[in-house]
Design a protein around this ligand. Structure first.
Ligand code: KPL
Length: 296
């Protein structure tokens, strides 16, 4: 299958690199990473060790059967415009936050699938990506229900040994992931701690309350997500990713804009009643971003 990965940072490079074992993959990302991959291949280290040889560029090729989008949520609109040049048959979002699939489907004609991914990845240096956790991919129709396109796409992942599940309840799964990110990301970023620090203590309680608020907003939006389920999933992810720095912690360390709008901000935006923990976390991260001229 001709696959392009738009946003070949750490996760995009890892997934694209794995798929390149059996597919014709192009990584679209930034220099000097893409020219290093083009010249020397992509080296994957850590829990998976292999080198594959995807094509790599800073611009999209002129066609693709599948486009996998792994850019930060605030770049999704721009990604969608850029992908028009490739006119992909299928687009799969593997991103944080809510609303990415809608932004992708607006200018693109291909079928847009929703997905989640539990692989851990870290860009070690240009051309080298570390796999910090072998995970799974879950994908399906963005509005839920059965999807032959999702089945075919999962088959392409499976043929490259990427463990993939097709889910008929992606809206619920995206809210569940949102509850996890709402609980972990901003708190670990503000406190500058690894995910495992939320396993106990006051910060863990705040994380659980952020996840429960998110579950309530999900239910108000018609998605069946009990508080206990959101909190259980949060606690499981805190445990399995204990040594990891959340993506928002990494963004703050790098002095970069965060995905707060698509995570805690998205909960606040959709809430019909107060969500004080999400509101506080959003205000604090926004204040940090403003202090660094990363938002107006
Ligand atoms: O998705 C993540 C992120 O950091 O963005 C979690 C699940 C919190 C893992 O770190």
């Amino acid at each position: 299958m001709r696959i392009l990965v738009f946003g070949a940072g750490s996760l995009g490079s890892l997934i694209g690199g794995l798929l390149a074992a059996t597919h014709d993959v192009t990584l679209v990302g930034r220099e000097p990473h893409v020219s290093t991959v083009r010249d020397q291949g992509l080296e994957i280290t850590g829990e998976i060790e292999t080198t594959t040889y995807p094509d790599a560029d800073t611009t999209v090729p002129d066609s693709a059967e599948l486009a996998i989008v792994t850019v930060k949520s605030y770049d999704t609109g721009e990604a969608a415009q850029a992908l028009r040049a490739a006119d992909p048959d299928v687009v799969l979002s593997l991103q944080n936050g809510l609303g990415n699939e809608e932004s992708l489907s607006e200018p693109l004609d291909g079928a847009v699938l929703a997905g989640t991914c539990t692989y851990g990845a870290r860009l070690v240096e240009p051309g080298i990506v570390g796999c910090t956790g072998v995970g799974t991919v879950t994908l399906g129709a963005r509005g839920g229900g059965d999807s032959a396109v999702a089945e075919r796409t999962a088959g392409a992942f499976e043929s490259a040994d990427v463990d993939t599940t097709v889910a008929a309840d992606m809206p619920r799964r995206l809210w569940e992931k949102l509850a996890i990110n709402a609980g972990i990301n901003a708190i670990t970023a503000l406190a500058r701690v690894e995910n495992g620090a939320l396993a106990e203590g006051a910060a863990g309680d705040v994380a659980a309350r952020a996840a429960a608020e998110t579950a309530r907003v999900a239910r108000d939006s018609g998605v069946e997500l009990p508080d206990e389920r959101a909190i259980d999933r949060l606690e499981a992810v805190v445990e399995t990713t204990a040594p990891n720095r959340s993506s928002m912690y990494q963004d703050l360390e790098a002095g970069q804009r965060t995905e707060i709008d698509a995570i805690n901000g998205a909960v606040c935006e959709r809430a019909s009643e107060p969500v004080p923990i999400n509101e506080t976390l959003t205000a604090l991260i926004e204040t940090w971003e403003r202090g660094r001229n990363l938002r107006s």
